[in-house]
Design a protein around this ligand. Sequence first.
Ligand code: ZN
Ligand code: ZN
Length: 378
Amino acid sequence: MAKRDFYEVLGVPKGSDDAALKSAYRKLAMQYHPDRNPGNDEAEHKFKEISEAYDTLKDPQKRAAYDRFGHAAFEQGGGRGPAGFGPEFSSSMSDIFEDIFGDFMGGGGGGRGRGGQSRLRGSDLRYNLEISLDEAFTGQTVDIDVPTLAACDTCEGTGAKPGTGMSTCRHCNGQGKVRAAQGFFTIERTCPVCNGRGQILEQPCTDCGGQGRRQQNRTLSVDIPKGIEDGTRIRLANEGEAGLRGGPPGDLYIFISLKPHDLFHRDGADLYARVPIAMTTAALGGEFEVPTLDAARARVKVSPGTQPGQRVRLKGKGMPILRSKDFGDLYVQLDVETPQSLTKRQRELLEEFDRESTQDNSPTSDGFFDKLKKMFEG
Ligand code: ZN
Ligand code: ZN
């Protein structure tokens, strides 16, 4: 049977202080003490488990070793059997100590439900990358720094101290699987000691504590394709955290967000811009230029008699369409501006203009006043 985590045995979180450990131990020891449970094998087993866990965790040195290496910590130091056990138990205990190696704490992540191997897989990482609309337009290769767990150079990711190797897991005799009787059934499951590999470390690498990976900054190049949309997720397979002791790495996901642009608003492949034009330009017609994202300029034609809010469509001047050679359109909305603080001469001209105005000059208001007239006449 695999050995349970000492903190789990005592039912306390990993960071618990001495007082919490002691009180948890006392409570459980009282409950499962053999004197209180005569002839109960399960209680006896529990009592031994509790005592062993407390014995280790109450000693700061042993606890530190356990936190780092798990049960493996006690294999090499001669595995002094915890006090208070009879000779019979001690011998079986040392067997267990010898069997168990490599059951490191906090291993893995992932939890892909693919048996023991999943515990060795590195975690997936998320990286948020903000780019400008110009970068989304042209496409870019962006270098990013990712703080991650990368394979340890010293042991080349194996977790084994250089010069040492792996030995056959004795818990499962190298099978990677263990069988346990449960009632009438025999259940086969992944060996919890070697995580199904059938092999365990002889000695952990001192630089990475046997994990085979270390905290490092990695620089990666990310290809941003032309026309990428806000909220796109780019997956870089196998660029996540390194696996535990040479296990498979996780993936890196780059989440793209686009900074707002001063001039353009984007909707899919189309771009929208609002441009103010003078009242006279709207009336007389004209032309002007707008900058475009391809670092060029586009001509916008204003036809005579343009109304406020009217849009001009510039075909193909929008964003590139992902994985295609086509482009969206640019829509320029014309905001007609009414002049302020007129000079005396301008006022005179406008007044004269007003006197000259006819019905045909204002198509919208003519229609409107027709409706109004009908309402008044009822
Ligand atoms: Zn290492
Ligand atoms: Zn095993």
